[in-house]
Every structure is written in C-alpha cells, then in structure tokens.
Design a protein around this ligand. Structure first.
Ligand SMILES: Nc1ncnc2c1ncn2[C@@H]1O[C@H](COP(=O)(O)OP(=O)(O)OP(=O)(O)O)[C@@H](O)[C@H]1O
Length: 415
C-alpha cells in the first residue's frame, strides 16, 4: 500500500481521542483500516487484524493484548520457552479521560475484533506422547495463554491410544466448535481427517477447519503452511495463525490397499521412507533421533522393491514414464480397476466414498521398478527439516488452520 500523502489521504479515524498513556496525555487513534496508533515508544502502532489478540477493560483502563514480531527471526523468545519464534507479547495500556470515552473505545476495539471472523470455541486434541513429548508443555506455555488472551474458549482431549483421535473426530459434536486443533505431529492430524471422513455427515464435517500446532516428530503439514508465508514453524506462529482464523483448502487422497481404505493429506510412502518410519518405532526411546539413526542403517543396507507405478501426470509432467492403459498387467498379475461409474477407492458403509472420477477416461502412464523409495507429496515439507517435494502444489496460505477439499485419489499397489 502507498504511504498516506496528498493523493492518498489517511483513512478517516474510527476513533481518536486524548488518553493517558505511558504517564502523559497523548492522542491515540484507531483508524478505519484497523490500526491503533499512538505517539512515542518503540512500537507505536498495532495492526488489530495481525497483532491484537484481545482487549480487556480494567477499571478505568483498557489493556490491549498483542503478539508482535520483534524481527528476531525464529529466535525462541516467547514465554521464556521454546517454540516462541520471533513473537513477543506486548500489552498496550491506556486510560481514557472520561467514562463515555472508555465505553466508546471498548465498543470500537471489540467491534473491530468481532468483524475479523475469528474462531470462538475450539476443540483441542493433544498427544502427550508425540515427538519429544513436549505437547503438554506447548499447550500450557504457548497455546493456552494465547487463546485465553484472544478470549477463545476451548475443550481439551488428551489422546489415550493410537486411533483415539480418529474415534473422537468420528463422534464429536461439531456444532459446538469452530475448529479442531491438533497439538501433535502429523499422525493425529491424519487420524482426525480420517475420522471426519468416516462420519455419516462427512460432507459438513470435513468443512470444519483443522488447526495444527507442531508437537510431533513429523510436523510437515504445519511447516508447509507456515513456510509458504515465510513464517517459522513454531508453536506461537501456528497458534497465532489459528487465532486469526485463516484457512486453506487441501486435497485429500483416497487410498485403497487390499481391503484397507483410508485418506491421506500429507504424503504416501512406499519403500525406504515407509520402512524408516515404521521400523524405527522400536527406537522411539531415542526421540526424533530415531529417524536419523534408522535412516542411516537402512541407507547402508538398501533394499530394492519390484513394482510398477501407474499414474495420471499433472500438467507439465506428461513426458514422465511410459503410456499405459487404465487396466493392465502389473508385475505378472492382472490387476483390473473396477469398472464403475465412480472410482474403486470406496469406503464401505457410511462416510466419504472417494472422488467421482472415471478412471478409464484418464491418461495413464507408468514407471517400472525396482524402486528404492516412492514418496508422494501433497505439500512440500515431509517434516520440519525435510523439504522432500519443493514442486509439490504450492500452499498459498497465511495459516496453520486449513480446510480440506476432496479432489484426488491414489491406488497403491504393492506386489
Ligand atoms: N496416548 C498415546 N499413547 C501412544 N500412542 C499414541 C497416544 N496418543 C496418540 N498416539 C499415537 O501417536 C502417533 C503419533 O502422533 P503424532 O501425530 O503426535 O506424532 P508424529 O509426529 O506423527 O509421530 P511421533 O509419534 O513419531 O512423534 C499417532 O499415530 C497416534 O495414533
């Protein structure tokens, strides 16, 4: 935006008044575009949309609770703990000179916040055993205080076992919440998506925004979302994004493997990466080092997998692989996709049944193995420090809160 000048007059003040601030009486202005401006000090203005969490009336005074970027990059500095990023808490307190002025300031500031369509009540899923087991600390030191400052109510459910998050998402009364937040790694997020898609009311359920605060070994989704807008992958940036209520639609892959059917939003792997992920479970006591440790072992003793990947290329990738037909002979076995109006990746019973695509009408290509690893990515980052697919569909989002859209389907065949 151009700076205010003769051709670009400043927006009319929504409210401007002389108030007691920092021991002196000075003019403070809330502009029509939602900036709070006052004289003196280092930070002399706040953007209500981007920085203000909430407003409290404290007797004759008004406290504006904000979270500002101190320009220190991803330095951990918030709440004296890790996960803060370059965000620092900043309260601005001032005292209007009359009761009428105080009431007007409260109304204007709260009206400005209410117009931002932020969530009012969230359901938080917390995995105390994800990653370095820091989720409870992250919740207590970062997520809770920020949500409280933003006057966002929340209910918390700790996950008790594998697939608990999925069960909860399948039966949760979604009408009570404006979003589900996972304080976890990517595993809980994927469970939530699967639980929502298995509901009878899946079409409405999958529109409930899902937020994620990094607290696992793999935090690829939140890293991809925050990195796309140049923000560090920390708990406070993720929580701020959730408070601000920004959303991004993502594709869901419907997976069929034998009789098992499930949905994926982050990635699919077969071969090396899947082996590292699954087989390193026995080294969980090492924390996140287990992945590096086991990766080294697997790389020193590489396995190769026979197979054929059949795929429908994205625009620009039509020359990859060889042309093939929709049904064919794969690795000595005849595998024929179901001839159906809809696709073959159906989930029996209620819930999402897979995308409405006629597979036989698509232009298939194939690549023959042996393969060391197959890694399909929906977003660039597979983990916080694994930029596995820089060209994966770009995520233009200023948020760690995303909506899901249902677009593509993957058939994974191992033989
Ligand atoms: N109370 C629990 N005890 C054991 N496992 C659990 C519990 N709650 C959830 N889980 C399982 O922990 C797994 C990992 O969860 P999460 O998403 O937090 O982390 P991650 O980054 O995917 O993996 P990691 O566990 O390696 O950190 C999930 O698959 C989930 O089913």
């Amino acid at each position: 935006m151009d700076p205010p000048g003769a051709d670009n007059p400043p927006p009319p003040p929504a409210i401007s008044d002389r108030v007691l601030i920092g021991g002196t009486v000075d003019p403070v202005t809330l502009t029509a575009d939602g900036s709070l401006v006052w004289p003196g000090g280092r930070h002399r203005s706040l953007s209500v949309e981007e920085e203000v969490l909430g407003v409290d009336a404290e007797g004759p005074r008004i406290r504006i609770k904000a979270l500002v970027d101190d320009g220190a990059g991803d330095r951990a500095c918030w709440a004296g703990g890790k996960g803060g990023g370059g965000l620092v808490r900043k309260d601005v307190v001032f005292e209007p000179l009359s009761e009428e002025s105080r009431r007007l300031w409260c109304d204007k500031l709260r009206g400005c916040l209410d117009s931002l369509d932020r969530p009012k009540k969230l359901f938080i899923l917390l995995n105390p055993f994800g990653g370095k087991k820091l989720a409870p600390k992250t919740l207590a030191n970062v997520v809770k205080p920020l949500l409280e400052d933003a006057s966002i109510q929340f209910d918390i459910q700790e996950t008790q076992h594998q697939f608990h998050a999925k069960e909860v998402a399948r039966s949760l009364d979604l009408s009570k919440y404006d979003g589900i937040v996972c304080v976890s790694g990517d595993g809980i997020l994927v469970e939530v998506v699967n639980g929502l898609l298995e509901r009878e009311d899946w079409e409405a359920a999958i529109k409930v925004p899902i937020g994620i605060v990094p607290a696992g070994t793999g935090n690829g989704m939140v890293k991809s979302l925050l990195d796309s807008v140049g923000e560090p992958c920390t708990a406070s940036y993720a929580t701020l994004a959730i408070i601000r209520g920004h959303k991004k639609s993502l594709d869901v892959a419907a997976i069929k493997q034998g009789d098992a059917k499930f949905f994926s939003i982050l990635m699919l792997s077969w071969g090396l990466v899947a082996d590292i992920d699954i087989e390193s479970e026995k080294y969980r006591w090492m924390g996140s080092a287990r992945l590096d440790f086991y990766a080294l072992q697997r790389i020193l003793h590489l396995r190769r997998y026979s197979g054929r990947i059949s795929f429908v290329p994205a625009p620009g990738y039509e020359t990859h692989g060889e042309p093939t037909s929709y049904s064919g002979n794969f690795g000595g076995k005849d595998i024929v996709f179901e001839k159906s109006e809809r696709s073959s990746a159906k989930v029996e019973g209620q819930g999402y049944q897979g995308p409405d695509v006629k597979l036989e009408e698509l232009s298939w290509r194939s690549i023959d193995g042996p393969f060391v690893s197959i890694w399909l990515h929906n977003v660039p980052w597979g983990g916080e420090d694994i930029m596995a697919a820089p060209d994966a569909k770009e995520v233009y989002v200023q948020s760690a809160m995303h909506r899901i859209s249902l677009n593509f389907e993957v058939h994974l065949m191992v033989f």
